[in-house]
Design a protein around this ligand. Structure first.
Ligand SMILES: NS(=O)(=O)c1ccc(NCc2ccco2)cc1
Ligand SMILES: [Zn+2]
Length: 264
């Protein structure tokens, strides 16, 4: 008799957009969701934030690799010596990864947070976990588990510090592609010179949308070139009509639900 194997080709489901996430992740309609529109006139200057300045001390050999997660690029960091503390943080947090969100080619939307309704072409997220927990897996869903520093990218002159990373995107076109970072790299070079920020209690901006993030959104954008923004589109992802350039991987602003935004 003939032995036949019916190979059922099940394509991996195309990720659903932000307005459907609540079906599988009800917390999408929660009380401390991110991102938000930062209404600068409603932000409250809190002297305590400047009295105990945010301390960022990253080592320059902490970056291990860049991978295509299927939703962004992700630079994976080994937490050694990459700590932040102070400002709104009650303990020390360690950097675990950084990634970004961006819009269409040449467009001005793409950031997740907006400032008085203004969007930026991209937004970088430096993700840290609270050292009071034993690992990032334990921290990820605790109310004080994570701290994410958001940095707006504006279009302008080339960002020399971002170039070693943006040059790697062409090497990781497909989901799960990964390239090692063999050079020394200090992610602090991606922060604006002026360290003023807004801070509020929010969430992960992609599923599982855990309400576990103390957001620290830098006030000043950093300039990157049009070519560096275009390099983000060397990353590919699944679209309803097959593989395409990764873009518009940002969640729009969510209801503030009466939260206070503090400012330095
Ligand atoms: N866009 S975001 O910065 O809110 C964000 C969204 C999702 C995750 N999930 C992965 C993760 C959690 C802790 C470390 O890695 C991490 C960060
Ligand atoms: Zn993010």
């Amino acid at each position: 008799e003939s032995l036949s194997f019916g190979f059922l080709q099940v394509a991996s489901p195309v990720p659903q957009g932000p307005n459907k996430w609540h079906e599988q992740f009800p917390i999408a309609k929660g009380q401390r969701q991110s991102p938000i529109d930062i209404v600068t006139s409603n932000a409250k200057v809190d002297k305590a934030l400047s009295d105990n300045p945010l301390k960022v001390s990253y080592s320059n050999n902490c970056c291990q690799s860049v991978t295509n997660t299927g939703a962004s690029f992700q630079v994976v960091v080994d937490g050694a010596g990459t700590e932040i503390s102070g400002g709104p943080l009650d303990s020390t947090y360690k950097l675990v990864q950084f990634h970004a969100h961006w819009g269409p080619l040449g467009g001005d939307e793409g950031s997740e947070h907006t400032v008085d309704g203004v969007t930026y072409p991209a937004e970088l997220h430096l993700v840290h976990w609270n050292q009071k927990y034993k690992d990032v897996g334990e921290a990820v869903d605790k109310p004080d588990g994570l701290a994410v520093i958001g940095v707006f990218f504006s279009r302008g002159k080339e960002h020399a510090g971002f170039k070693p990373i943006s040059d790697l995107f062409a090497k990781v076109p497909r989901k799960a592609d990964k390239v090692d970072i063999s050079f020394n790299y200090d992610p602090a070079c991606l922060l604006p010179a002026r360290r003023d920020y807004w801070t509020y209690l929010g969430s992960l901006t992609t599923p599982p949308l855990f309400e576990s993030v103390t957001w620290i959104v830098m006030k000043d954008p950093v300039e990157v070139s049009a070519e560096q923004l275009a390099a983000l589109r060397n990353l590919l992802w699944e679209t309803p009509s097959g593989e395409g350039q990764m873009c518009n991987n940002y969640r729009p602003p969510q209801p503030l639900q009466g939260r206070l935004v503090r400012s330095t």
